[in-house]
Design a protein around this ligand. Structure first.
Ligand SMILES: [Zn+2]
Ligand SMILES: [Zn+2]
Length: 80
């Protein structure tokens, strides 16, 4: 994984399995842009990721862009 820490908030539960073991936030490329998601240690180790449908992926991509903008890591462009 990259060394830098994402500015994104870690959710209370895993986006893929709703577990709460060793939660951490990760970036993922989707058809609509980069999103962030919270995964537990098990899901990360096994490469399990939540199934994203386009409407929610767009929402997640915009939300993630907001995280980066808030942290001064990206320009506030809207892709969608
Ligand atoms: Zn999980
Ligand atoms: Zn984010």
């Amino acid at each position: 994984m990259d060394e830098f820490t994402l500015p994104c908030p870690v959710a209370r539960e895993c986006d893929a399995c709703d577990g709460d073991f060793e939660l951490d936030v990760y970036e993922a490329e989707t058809a609509v842009g980069v999103v962030c998601m919270t995964l537990c240690g098990d899901c990360f180790d096994t490469g399990r990721t939540p199934r994203l449908y386009v409407p929610s992926a767009v929402k997640l991509a915009l939300r993630h862009r907001g995280h980066l903008v808030d942290a001064g890591m990206a320009l506030p462009e809207v892709a969608a």
